[in-house]
Design a protein around this ligand. Structure first.
Ligand SMILES: [Zn+2]
Ligand SMILES: [Zn+2]
Length: 629
């Protein structure tokens, strides 16, 4: 459909070409059309933006992610309006859109809690039913400062605005907020929202500033999507890896080291079994495992360019002699190892280094989240120094390895993104194109579907491998990035077959990303079960009383050579023993008593069926083998 916008009027015209994106939709099939937003030269605008050129309109899908952003941001205003009605002395700071919803930060003298959310929601519904038009105005700076004169947060924001940026406010009823927009046209379109929780947040995320309230909410385009989302967050609460970790005694988080994990013995064993498996496979694929310092002189990161790009994320401290950093990634250290080789010949390339690199990044406290987001974490990092003619083979090899490892963790690659040259990079175009062609060709060999973006790193194109968990959440874990610059910056050269010194291409690659985060994903994906291969105890044998101890030992002796098996020695009651084993998420629980002993069989509870079945031991082993575990 092609439309022309003239003075904000929409006229259907079939001949004109598309230039500006606009969005109309049919609200709840009531044939109420309203303009949600316009994309003018790539910038989001709403209907209050003055359009003097012919423009065309594309209908964007109802649940388009970007359209939802407009609904969510309008819902943040709606919530603020409701809070203002209930607590007139409230002072608002910022209210952005986040994944699946929105939040608003505000200062309030009164104490409020999650119990007040219902009251605020009810007030929001009243505003929705008042059918307020949401109107944009563009006051001058003097007017603006007087409108918000009693709110030090908004005054601070206004004073820090770039002078070139258009300043505007949005009004609905008697509520007014500082905002660029865009917003929907009327409050009546905001019907599918829910306030989730209240928490504290420092003004500007700085712990030296005062603590504000933050209310999180979600908003959707229809009731079904809202209910689905609420159902999912409830479900996710039951599989939260932080709760699982505590229940199973795997690890703990402490104020004594925020953002770094304290591993208990059980958790550390699982962590190491993952490392061991990766290590084993890397060796098969020709990697040399190395280990480099976490604490380094800043010079190496200055040369590599990381200080320029990542300074705000790096931990830095000065002593009497040096400025030291905790490494945020291992790349320059691997080049350092290469540069220390005596002979760097084409004959040694490709050279594959791997490291379980202990890295530190200075994440803001509010963003830390269990194992998923940490300040200190272990990367399954690797770098391949490679000549351009071997690049294709190396990428193929890496994808092969990646697929093998994901399979072991019961994951399939859900999506691949090929990130090509960003539009603002115009150097070395031929090299970029060649590298992009190699990446594309490798994906085709594996018949893998991929989508293309122009979000490549400044140093080269990359592939990102996305996994989907059992809750339909997408996780980016694996990556392979081609880098034409770092070897040049760190003066890493090799002797080519022509006797000339050349810079190799550097391939940065990771399979799991952060092992801690990957373990968090595993725990949630399998509701607390670690994939069988990595379980610390794969099979536990419970015997009902000492009369069956010898029978239990016989079964144990059959299983112990192939599977990590244990005899459960304790005087607990049978049901207590079973309960403990289920809580510890042991994949197979075997129960042996009179019935089993007399028939020479075993009763098995499998983590898959969660039912108790009586089997012959050879059938149990067949079952284990059949499942390829
Ligand atoms: Zn706004
Ligand atoms: Zn790297």
């Amino acid at each position: 459909m092609i439309l022309i916008i003239n003075n904000n009027e929409i006229i259907l015209n079939k001949e004109k070409k598309i230039k500006i994106f606009n969005l109309n939709w049919n609200f709840k099939k009531q044939k109420v059309f309203f303009t949600l937003y316009i994309r003018l030269n790539g910038i989001k605008r709403d209907i209050y933006f003055n359009i003097d050129k012919n423009a065309s309109i594309i209908k964007i899908k109802y649940n388009n992610i970007k359209s939802l952003d407009v609904i969510r941001h309008s819902s943040a205003h709606l919530m603020a309006h409701a809070i203002k009605n209930l607590y007139p002395k409230v002072l608002f700071s910022v209210g952005p859109v986040i994944k699946n919803g929105f939040y608003y930060d505000f200062f309030l003298k009164e104490k409020i809690s999650n119990n007040d959310l219902k009251k605020i929601e009810n007030e929001m519904k009243k505003i929705v039913n008042s059918n307020f038009d949401i109107i944009k105005e563009k006051p001058n700076i003097i007017k603006l400062l007087s409108v918000f004169k009693n709110n030090k947060y908004k005054i601070n924001i206004i004073k820090n605005l770039q002078p070139t940026k258009e300043i505007s406010v949005y009004k609905q009823g008697d509520f007014i907020d500082l905002c660029y927009g865009p917003h929907i046209k009327n409050t009546k379109f905001l019907r599918h929202f829910k306030l989730i929780r209240i928490s504290g947040a420092y003004w500007k995320n700085d712990s030296n500033n005062e603590m504000l309230y933050r209310i999180y909410g979600t908003a959707w385009d229809n009731e079904n999507n809202l209910l689905n989302y609420l159902y999912n967050i409830k479900r996710l609460q039951t599989i939260d890896h932080r709760i699982i970790g505590k229940k199973q005694g795997l690890f703990h988080l402490s104020r004594n080291s925020p953002g770094v994990i304290f591993w208990n013995n059980n958790g550390w064993k699982i962590f190491n079994s993952i490392k061991k498996y990766i290590s084993f496979n890397l060796e098969i694929y020709g990697y040399k495992e190395i280990n480099t310092p976490s604490l380094l002189n800043e010079d190496i990161f200055k040369k590599s360019g990381h200080i320029d790009k990542f300074l705000s994320n790096m931990f830095i401290y000065k002593d009497n002699f040096n400025t030291n950093v905790l490494k945020p990634m291992s790349c320059p250290c691997h080049i350092e190892i290469f540069n220390n080789f005596n002979k760097k010949s084409y004959k040694n390339l490709p050279l594959r280094f791997s490291e379980f690199g202990l890295c530190y990044r200075n994440e803001i406290s509010g963003s830390l989240y269990g194992l998923m987001r940490l300040k200190g974490f272990t990367q399954d990092d690797g770098h391949i120094l490679c000549s351009i003619d071997k690049l294709y083979f190396e990428i193929i090899k890496f994808i092969q390895l990646l697929k093998k490892i994901y399979y072991r963790f019961n994951f399939k690659i859900f999506k691949i993104i090929l990130a090509k040259r960003p539009n603002n990079i115009s150097d070395n175009i031929k090299l970029w194109e060649k590298a992009e062609e190699i990446l594309e060709k490798s994906l085709k060999i594996f018949k893998m579907n991929y989508s293309v973006t122009t979000d490549g790193a400044f140093y080269g194109p990359k592939l990102e491998f996305l996994l989907k968990d059992n809750c339909d959440r997408i996780w980016q874990c694996g990556t392979v990035q081609l880098d034409f610059f770092t070897c040049l910056r760190l003066n890493a050269k090799y002797d080519s077959s022509m006797g000339k010194l050349k810079y190799p291409v550097l391939i940065h690659r990771a399979i799991l990303g952060s092992i801690e985060r990957f373990l968090g994903i595993l725990l949630e994906n399998n509701h607390g079960y670690i994939p069988f291969y990595f379980s610390e105890t794969q099979i536990i044998i419970i015997y009902i009383n000492n009369k069956y101890l010898n029978y239990a030992k016989n079964v144990y002796n059959i299983l112990k050579y192939k599977y990590k098996s244990k005899l459960y020695v304790s005087n607990d009651r049978l049901d207590t023993k079973i309960k403990i084993c289920i809580e510890k998420k042991i994949p197979y629980i075997l129960i042996l008593g009179e019935k089993e002993f007399s028939k020479n069989m075993i009763t098995v509870r499998s983590y898959k069926s969660e039912k108790f079945l009586m089997l012959k031991i050879k059938d149990f082993i067949l079952e284990l083998n059949k499942n390829n575990i």
